[in-house]
Write a protein that binds this ligand. Structure first.
Ligand SMILES: *Cc1c(COP(=O)(O)O)cnc(C)c1O
Length: 401
């Protein structure tokens, strides 16, 4: 099928809820993506962060092929699934010893986190520990997903418009300000839910004291701390999980995006004493934790470990930041270069959409979020030469505009 034919098919049969460019993606390998016309792109935003270790990582592809020949799917009732248990172990041993519930997306991971926080509070209330609590505090410019409840948690009016009434129980606060959180916790609050680094909201890195202050606050007030690690998790920031950069642990975290090395999978990870509240019948997912997605996830973890990709993520971050800092001295409109590892934001004093378009024309794929922040989520396996090539194109686009 030609590019034009595919686009025509979409015009007729696919809902136009995405602002797509006229490119039909057909093949990927590492940091490279090919379209239906044979054009090759250097992809520094592979799969919106899903392809955390690049397109079609050979270990992930091999694991999927092997698993596909054995078992694609069985339900969680009445079966145990070995791959699901092994992936949960990999997550637990690299994080805070939490237990996993598996789902299929970031929004579902956050839904599960919110449901568990409320359910745990309900169990505590039933035991006489405190009155019923249900409110969850979230931050402005957060992004937690597109279901009605995660949209309500997402404190950005543009995502709410036209979808009222939203589920109640969410209280919104400025990001990176623990004092406001302290003031707004009341006796109906059950949790605080935060991205360790805000992704969609502009790659906002909090000051060093923020996450520790939230941890202390939640402990003092006896409420749960939830980290949305859907974008920051699974190695992207140079640590297995973003919160490890600040030495604090959540009570519950959500994962998705890079978790499956390119396959659709999400998870909600909770401290065991909290996870106990999710008794049979309280929550479930038909596809959650299926053998093939979990086999892909296991392969992704093994690749990150055995190929030293956490260290490589840090190297990539340094390379991009130092290069862009130099470009910022040449062009007057770069306000800030920030981020950690393979999660970098370049804030401009103007909209960045044109730069993204120019880069695309030159064969480089990047993203612009929050109108003015160029966002890069490169593969943790990208080479120095690939990043250098990408920076050459980006520098050219920035200096030409
Ligand atoms: C992408 C993202 C989500 C939503 O994930 P989906 O898989 O699209 O549901 C939630 N939270 C964060 C921080 C994200 O980056």
């Amino acid at each position: 099928m030609t590019t034009r034919e595919t686009i025509e098919l979409f015009g007729k049969h696919v809902i136009a809820n995405y602002a797509r460019s006229p490119i039909v993606a057909v093949r990927g390998e590492g940091s490279w993506l090919w379209d239906a016309d044979g054009k090759r792109y250097l992809d520094l935003f592979p799969g919106w962060g899903v392809n955390g270790i690049g397109h079609c990582h050979p270990r992930v592809v091999a694991a999927i092929r092997e698993q596909a020949g054995k078992l694609l799917h069985v339900a969680n009732v009445p079966f145990y699934i070995e791959e699901q248990g092994r992936l949960a172990q990999l997550i637990a041993e690299r994080s805070f010893g939490g237990q996993c519930f598996f789902c299929n997306s970031g929004a579902e991971g956050n839904e599960a986190a919110i449901k568990l926080a409320r359910r745990y509070a309900a169990d505590q209330a039933a035991a006489g520990a405190h009155p019923v609590r249900y409110k969850v505090i979230t931050a402005y410019n957060s992004f937690h997903g597109r279901t009605l409840t995660t949209v309500a948690a997402t404190a950005q009016p543009k995502y709410h418009a036209g979808f009222y009434p939203l589920p109640p129980g969410f209280v919104h606060v400025p990001y990176n300000d623990a004092d406001v959180v302290a003031k707004l916790i009341d006796n109906e609050t059950c949790a605080v839910m935060i991205e360790p680094i805000q992704g969609e909201g502009g790659v906002n890195v909090p000051s060093d004291g923020y996450l520790p202050a939230l941890r202390k606050l939640c402990d003092e007030r006896g409420i749960l701390l939830l980290f949305d690690e859907v974008q920051t998790g699974v190695g992207r920031t140079g640590k297995w999980f973003g919160h490890q950069n600040w030495g604090v642990e959540p009570d519950i975290m959500s994962l998705a995006k890079a978790l499956g090395g390119g396959l659709a999978i999400g998870a909600m990870v909770a401290k065991p004493h909290i996870a106990k509240s999710l008794v049979p019948g309280t929550h479930a997912s038909t596809f959650g934790g299926n053998p093939i997605a979990c086999a892909a996830g296991i392969a992704a973890f093994e690749a990150i470990e055995e190929e030293g990709l956490l260290e490589n993520a840090l190297r990539i971050g340094k390379q991009i930041k130092s290069r862009m800092a130099a470009v910022a001295e040449k062009v007057g409109f770069i306000r800030d270069v920030r981020g950690m590892g393979c999660m970098i934001g370049i804030e401009l004093d103007r909209p960045g959409a044109d730069i993204v378009k120019q880069c695309m024309a030159q064969g480089l794929l990047i993203n612009c979020t929050h109108d003015t922040v160029l966002r890069l989520l490169p593969s943790m396996a990208a080479t120095e030469a690939e990043i250098g090539q990408g920076m050459d194109i980006l520098e050219q686009a920035l200096t030409a505009s």
